[in-house]
Design a binder for this molecule. Structure first.
Ligand SMILES: [Zn+2]
Length: 228
């Protein structure tokens, strides 16, 4: 004789009601409940825009749209849903504000051959960044390393091929300059920038925020926090 399901079902964990165990939200679990993606690399970039110029995530989103980048609509969730193309996970504005691009669960589009297991952080500027930006970079990377303690932190240019095989990516081997400062030196100095990479006159935010900028700079998060 076949037993009834009630009699054969595994006992519910203490405190878990049958109702809670059977709960499944309409449309699937929210993005915040998805497992974290494996990350073994954190890549720092610069936007390669003039030092101190006011550039926003919306600007980057349109540039990345032109390059054909696209986010996976199924993973966007609450992470800047208006930005459909941006390839970075974080953007650090000239004011030091940190803005989320892609959520951590999304594979980025920022370092050819390394996107699958990495996160991309972009500093707005060329090779000089405000002290507020440097503070935010330190806070951002420190926070990410708590989530991914075994991740390597490097600059985009450090992912260039080691042409002569000596184990060091030398200047002549760089495919590009990005992020235009030595991440290795920055780490070795306890995440403090070299004087030549500091923007002396901190820029004022643009009086004309980009279209789509909600509430201007004051609405930006600092330090970074994200939902996924
Ligand atoms: Zn880059």
């Amino acid at each position: 004789m076949v037993s009834s399901p009630q009699k054969t079902a595994a006992p519910a964990p203490a405190g878990a009601s049958a109702r809670a165990m059977n709960f499944k939200p309409v449309g699937g679990w929210p993005v915040a409940a998805t497992p974290m993606r494996s990350v073994n690399l954190i890549v720092i970039h610069c936007s390669a825009t003039p030092n101190g110029r006011w550039v926003t995530s919306e600007d980057i989103d349109s540039w990345h749209q032109q390059r054909g980048f696209a986010r996976n609509p199924a993973l966007i969730g609450f992470n800047e849903p208006a930005l459909k193309h941006i390839g970075y996970h974080f953007v650090i504005y000239t004011t030091g504000a940190v803005r989320i691009g892609r959520g951590r669960a999304e594979v980025g589009m920022h370092a050819y051959g390394y996107n699958l297991l990495s996160l991309g952080v972009c500093m707005i500027g060329m090779d000089r960044f405000s002290l507020a930006q440097w503070d935010s970079l330190r806070e951002n990377i420190t926070g990410l390393l708590k989530s991914y303690p075994n991740a390597r932190v490097c600059g985009h240019r450090d992912l260039s091929p080691d042409v002569d095989g000596d184990g060091v990516i030398e200047r002549w081997e760089w495919l590009k300059e990005c992020p235009c400062f030595s991440v290795e030196d920055w780490l070795a100095r306890g995440m403090q920038p070299l004087p030549e990479n500091i923007l002396a006159d901190p820029p004022a935010p643009s009086p004309h925020p980009s279209p789509g900028e909600r509430g201007g700079v004051g609405s930006l998060m600092r330090p970074s926090r994200e939902a996924a």
